[in-house]
Structures are given as C-alpha cells and as structure tokens.
Design a protein around this ligand. Structure first.
Ligand SMILES: Nc1nc2c(ncn2[C@@H]2O[C@H](COP(=O)(O)OP(=O)(O)OP(=O)(O)O)[C@@H](O)[C@H]2O)c(=O)[nH]1
Ligand SMILES: [Mg+2]
Length: 225
C-alpha cells in the first residue's frame, strides 16, 4: 500500500499574529441521527471523534468554557451528532464514540454508518480532531480509523487527552510512540495537540488552530468572490 498523506482540505496556515480567539457565544444547535438532519447552512464544522470515553464531550466543554456537551464515566454516552454553534459563525461537532461494543451489534469492530457518513460525506467538515487517550499505546481501532481518513483524504489532527494523568516524561514517551507508529504509514505527521479538560491544557493551541483555519478560509472565500 502506498504511504498516506494528510488530506488537503486544510489550507496552509499563515503565521501572521492575531489576537486569540474569544468564544463570546456558544449554543447547542441540534442533535442528528442521520447526515440529512445536520444544519443546512454553509458554516464550517470542526468535529471531535475517538473511542468512547476518550473525552470528546469534555473537550468541547473545556474549549467553550460551558457545560454544553453531556459527559459521562460510562462509555457510549454520545449517540448522536451534536452541533454547537460558536459565535454564530462556525460549529463544534461532538460525534459518538467508536469502539464501544455494547452500543449496537452492527457497529461492533467497525465504525457506525452515522460516523462514516458524517466523516466521509459532510462537505462542511473542515477539520477532524481525532482524540486518543495519552495513557495508551496506539490502539488498533484508532489506527484503522485514521488509515481510513488518509485513504479518503480527510484532514485531521490528533489530540492526546487526559494528559493530567501522566507525568511530562510519560507524556513525551507516549507522543513519540505515536509518531513512530504513524511514521510507518504516513508521509507526514498530522497536527498534534496535548489536552487536559481537567486542567484546561491545550485550549489555546486548539482554538488558535481553528482560528487560523477559519481566517485562511475567509481569505480564500474573499479571493474567489
Ligand atoms: N482526568 C481527566 N478525565 C477526563 C478528561 N477528559 C474526560 N475525562 C473523563 O473521562 C470520562 C469520559 O468523558 P467524556 O467527555 O464523556 O468522553 P466521550 O469521549 O465524550 O465519551 P462518549 O460520548 O461516551 O463517546 C468522564 O468521566 C470525564 O470526566 C481529562 O482531560 N482528564
Ligand atoms: Mg461524548
């Protein structure tokens, strides 16, 4: 198999200094159980995916500094696609987790139709944050998922969650282990972020990344007018 490249929908990042993004408004918009139900508008979407319980909903709450998404210690809490509209301009999207066998027989060992439909067919999806537990070695299901993203050309980055549970040295080892595993298959490394929803870690980096993406899109939209 040829080596994988990161999807190209993500535009190049400008290094121009900007003020940090401020989330002045964040609201729940809707829950969807199929792709046809997601908001029918042109606003860009930044989505969060990963194994059940990895911390997707917690991360959305940490980024928005609001209790918007439902968090639970029991895996499989988020079953639908949840859209949260930010500053009336773009969406944060909380996706159901994968790899949780008890959710449904037909999703076992694979990815539900809801997830694959959204990830592969939603044209408004601008960037996908794939969350992985920073305490674990690369998991097969995560590697399978990101291989699929590479094959489909979907732009994504990795977020190492629950970093508060590791020492700095353990965290470094964990990230390096991932980089070594990815290097076997990928031509280039995806963007990587370290997060802790408990401590607020990673918030500035992730919001800054989204801000840059949105700014670049705006520039392209203007150039095309
Ligand atoms: N220590 C620590 N715990 C976390 C962190 N993020 C999430 N958790 C805990 O992990 C559990 C799962 O968090 P969720 O945010 O509900 O995870 P999820 O990925 O949305 O789970 P599903 O919706 O079931 O797929 C909860 O008990 C959270 O409190 C973190 O950064 N640090
Ligand atoms: Mg959730």
């Amino acid at each position: 198999m040829s080596r994988l490249k990161i999807g190209q929908k993500r535009v190049s990042l400008s290094s121009k200094f900007r003020d940090q993004m401020i989330i002045s408004k964040a609201q729940f918009k809707c829950s969807s159980q199929k792709l046809q139900q997601i908001p029918d508008d042109k606003l860009h979407e930044f989505a969060f995916i990963g194994r059940s319980n990895v911390g997707k909903s917690s991360l959305i709450n940490m980024l928005t500094q609001r209790q918007l998404a439902k968090v639970s210690g029991t895996p499989g809490k988020t079953r639908l696609i949840n859209h949260f509209i930010i500053n009336d301009q773009w969406y944060l999207v909380d996706l159901p987790g994968y790899g949780y066998a008890r959710v449904s027989k037909d999703v076992r060992g694979g990815f539900s139709k809801l997830i694959t439909d959204y990830v592969t067919k939603c044209r408004k999806l601008h960037f996908l944050f794939v969350l992985v537990d920073s305490r674990l070695e690369p998991q097969r299901i995560d590697m399978e998922f990101i291989t699929m993203l590479g094959q489909q050309g979907i732009p994504f980055g990795l977020v190492f969650t629950k970093a508060d549970k590791l020492s700095a040295a353990q965290l470094k080892r964990s990230v390096e282990r991932y980089q070594r595993t990815l290097a076997e298959q990928w031509e280039e490394m995806p963007a990587m972020f370290v997060s802790s929803s408990e401590k607020g870690r990673g918030r500035d980096e992730i919001l800054d990344f989204i801000d840059k993406c949105l700014n670049d899109v705006e520039k392209i939209d203007i150039e095309q007018e």
